[in-house]
Write a protein that binds this ligand. Structure first.
Ligand SMILES: Nc1ncnc2c1ncn2[C@@H]1O[C@H](COP(=O)(O)OP(=O)(O)OP(=O)(O)O)[C@@H](O)[C@H]1O
Ligand SMILES: [Mg+2]
Length: 287
């Protein structure tokens, strides 16, 4: 396995300072068009742990340039699905084709080539607490490229500027707010210019305003750089703010129970459970 989990590190700290929000406002969405051609094709995927199958017959496409959201209740398998999509775990069955190559069956250099196309921010994944932001972003560049040290430094600074942290490159994670840490983690995930960024619960633990700023950043990166996003979240406000399309997982049905535009699902789904989720209504009592 070469997709190593990043370490646990510094977590949230005091709330966002206003000086750090400069990147949000200048962001115009130029609107790179979303292509119909899928960049990820998941087919007949079955995933689980040991002898428990969590999800089966999972099939969906992620289109190039879209923000694709995976949602579902706690324990429905969102993180598990994401970890299988990035090749961290081997599925019981099925394929995950990324930009034409199946990550499930790829090995060696072929696998490494696929991993170069993706960037990941794990649900638990934070920054290395003992390294500065720039040093954190340098890590994947040092591991995956032959670039000179000063070139790596330049790229690390560029990536941090891209997420509005150009003035904080020498800071340790503990010295910046939780929202800034998330942005730094996104900068690290983008170090190798991935085609696809996977973010697991990026706004967990953030206040609503910081979370909305993060949504703005994600949209800006998707629209301006053409990066495809696969985002796990259950924050309704985020879903409506960023998602081009969603899939919804249900543990009881062991699979996808809804797929499409979240607004249409909220207004038009035949499934009362799905409509309720999007309207934040309580689940009816089992009878
Ligand atoms: N490494 C593991 N080994 C065994 N079981 C696991 C492992 N990771 C997760 N599980 C179990 O699989 C189920 C799905 O977990 P998963 O983390 O994918 O859910 P989730 O939808 O991401 O939930 P949350 O919203 O709480 O993050 C849970 O019952 C969990 O306990
Ligand atoms: Mg999870």
């Amino acid at each position: 396995m070469s997709a190593a989990e990043p370490p646990q590190g510094a977590n949230s700290s005091p709330s966002e300072g206003s000086a750090a929000a400069e990147w949000v406002n200048g962001a115009a969405s130029a609107g790179a068009p979303i292509a119909a051609e899928p960049i990820i094709r998941v087919r007949d995927l079955a995933v689980g742990y040991e002898d428990v199958t969590l999800l089966e017959h999972v099939a969906f496409d992620v289109r190039r340039g879209e923000i694709f959201v995976i949602l579902g209740g706690s324990g429905s398998g969102k993180s598990t699905l994401m970890k299988h999509m990035i090749g961290l775990y081997e599925p019981e069955k099925g394929s995950v084709v990324i930009d034409g190559d199946d990550i499930v069956s790829a090995a060696g250099d072929a696998r490494r080539a696929i991993l170069r196309k993706i960037g990941v921010m794990y649900q638990s994944g934070a920054l290395f607490g003992s390294l500065t932001l720039a040093e954190n972003v340098r890590l994947p560049l040092e591991e995956y490229t032959d670039l000179e040290s000063d070139e790596i430094e330049l790229i690390a600074r560029m990536k941090l500027s891209l997420v509005g942290l150009g003035l904080f490159t020498g800071h340790l994670p503990a010295a910046i707010s939780g929202g800034m840490q998330k942005r730094a983690a996104i900068a690290r995930a983008m170090a190798l210019d991935p085609m696809i960024l996977f973010l697991d619960e990026p706004s967990a633990g953030l206040d609503p305003i910081t979370s909305a700023d993060l949504d703005t950043l994600i949209k800006r990166l998707a629209r301006n750089l053409g990066v495809t996003f696969v985002v796990v979240t259950h924050e309704l406000a985020s879903i409506f703010a960023i998602a081009d399309r969603v899939i919804m997982l249900d543990r009881r049905k062991k699979g996808i129970v809804a797929e499409g535009d979240p607004r249409r699902l909220r207004d038009e789904s035949d499934d009362p459970w799905v409509r309720q989720f999007f309207r934040r209504e309580p689940e009816p009592m089992a009878t």
